[in-house]
Design a protein around this ligand. Structure first.
Ligand SMILES: NC(=O)c1ccc[n+]([C@@H]2O[C@H](COP(=O)([O-])OP(=O)(O)OC[C@H]3O[C@@H](n4cnc5c(N)ncnc54)[C@H](O)[C@@H]3O)[C@@H](O)[C@H]2O)c1
Length: 443
């Protein structure tokens, strides 16, 4: 089959390559000519393990290309995926839908045959129904345009795997839809043949599945982080507690890692937009707990700064701090709302000299926080450091040899913001280990 994907960011570029990998002919469309040129030449404008190969395999096979030309895309296919960004509005909790609207407004008047627009972006409930009406109004005479919603659950760092082996496929279709379900079934046929659960819903339910999933994950993280605050106050160890909780199959161990909390381009803005939308719908009280989830999460960042201050003997003035990790999570170069970078910025504001190192996110970090110092290796970042902070749990940092690093730093003080280090090992090498929620681990 043929399809297009509008928006070739983390979601769209992966989806376009994934659809081509499933055997379809695909055009990826973006308004950013630099991004399009990069992708067309087989290069990825961001870091995503495994994507380069899938991209290049399919470019070479002639199944995949990229363009900024809406006319070409409108003419090419009858199914158009929509994967543009839906950031938080400036000064407001709601989602900014201007990019989503721009795609509909530019694409629909150019359609000459019946088409299905399949939304993948994360949007407030009710958006798809509005877009469906917007598309009907803009469609040329005699051209029937359906809107369906197929939320995306991929995780950065595992995006290729998640695209080719999703946990489930959810498709919301509009009332009286004639073509959407069949079109999506045909596009995902190889996945359905693998037994991937396929759920067809109304538009609203599909939109809500995505934001509910994110709200649940955010809540689970903030739950353990709230418990972590109590652990600190009571002198308990949150990591042992989480292990013990995790053996209960009703709870499960995943997403119970206490630490610096969540960030990135999705969870924070999605729970805020969800709260805002519930309020607009009159379900004012339903999601007030998400405000607490958000606030517990943001508190982690200041807690980390306070812990570092204590680790440095009560003041950050003149302290030399190595920050290991800048991406919001490992295996990604995404620094949108990154807790690590946020902490690095706050440390600097408190008078510390901050040297940041991240295996993949240096370029993006420099763009967002140009005033921090950036190092090209762990050792360079740690030179004469009064404290070493691990703020993103990259494997490279988990594998660090505390004995080898000891000669580089000024003081053997490590602050584990992700509860990811082997505390015993670091202590045996003579390091003072500080960690969020682990009073017992703090010397
Ligand atoms: N990143 C993820 O892991 C992920 C996972 C699931 C869902 N989502 C959702 O997917 C959507 C996209 O997220 P992302 O992380 O890929 O964002 P992104 O910022 O990386 O990519 C968005 C892309 O859309 C392009 N764009 C903007 N306006 C356009 C237009 N009018 N026509 C064509 N292209 C246009 C931008 O140039 C950019 O390349 C968001 O709604 C997000 O919440 C993201």
């Amino acid at each position: 089959m043929r399809c297009t994907v509008f928006g070739t960011g983390y979601l769209g570029a992966t989806h376009a390559a994934g659809m081509a990998e499933l055997g379809h002919e695909v055009i990826g469309v973006d308004i950013d000519p630099g991004k399009v040129a990069k992708l067309a030449s087989g290069d990825i404008p961001f870091y995503e393990p495994g994507l380069r190969k899938v991209l290049n395999d399919n470019l070479s096979a002639g199944r995949l290309r990229f363009t900024t030309d809406y006319e070409e895309a409108a003419d090419f296919a009858d199914v158009h995926f929509l994967g543009v960004g839906t950031p938080q509005k400036k000064g407001d909790y709601g989602a900014d839908l201007r990019h989503v609207h721009a795609v509909i407004d530019s694409l629909v008047p150019r359609l000459r045959r019946p088409a299905v627009i399949v939304g993948k972006s994360t949007v407030p409930v009710g958006t798809a129904a509005d877009l469906s009406k917007r598309a009907r109004d803009l469609a040329p005479e005699g051209v029937d345009v359906e809107v369906a919603w197929n939320p995306e659950f991929l995780r950065e760092g595992f995006a290729v795997h998640d695209t080719l082996h999703p946990d489930r496929i959810v498709v919301g279709v509009q009332e009286n839809s004639l073509r959407s379900e069949a079109a999506v079934r045909e596009l995902y046929a190889p996945l359905l043949a693998d037994g991937v659960p396929f759920l067809v819903t109304d538009l609203q339910t599909a939109e809500l599945v995505k934001v509910s999933a994110n709200a649940f994950l955010a809540t689970k993280i903030s739950f353990i982080n709230a418990i972590s605050e109590v652990c600190e106050a009571a002198g308990a160890d949150v990591t042992l507690l989480a292990d013990a909780l995790g053996y209960d199959p009703r709870i499960g161990r995943r997403f119970l890692n206490a630490g610096l909390g969540f960030g990135g381009g999705c969870l924070p803005k999605d729970i805020r937009a969800f709260m805002a939308r519930a309020g607009e719908l009159g379900a004012n009280h339903a999601l007030t707990f998400l405000r607490e989830v958000d606030s517990i999460n943001m508190r982690r960042r200041t807690a980390m700064v306070e812990l570092t201050t204590r680790a440095c003997g009560g003041s950050l003035l003149g302290a030399n701090i190595a920050v290991l990790g800048a991406a919001f999570k490992p295996e990604s170069d995404d620094v949108r709302d990154s807790p690590a970078l946020n902490v690095a910025g706050m440390l600097q504001l408190n008078g510390a000299t901050v040297n940041v190192y991240d295996p993949k996110a240096m370029e993006n970090s420099q763009r967002v926080f140009p005033t921090l110092n950036y190092s090209t290796s762990v050792v360079e970042a740690c030179e004469r450091a009064n404290a070493v902070l691990v703020l993103t749990e990259w494997q490279e940092f988990l594998d660090l040899d505390p004995d080898a690093l000891a000669g580089t730093v000024r003081a053997k003080v490590v602050v584990d913001g992700r509860n990811c280090l082997d505390v015993q090992r670091w202590r045996q090498a003579g390091w003072q280990v500080h960690a969020l929620g682990r009073a017992a681990a703090t010397v």
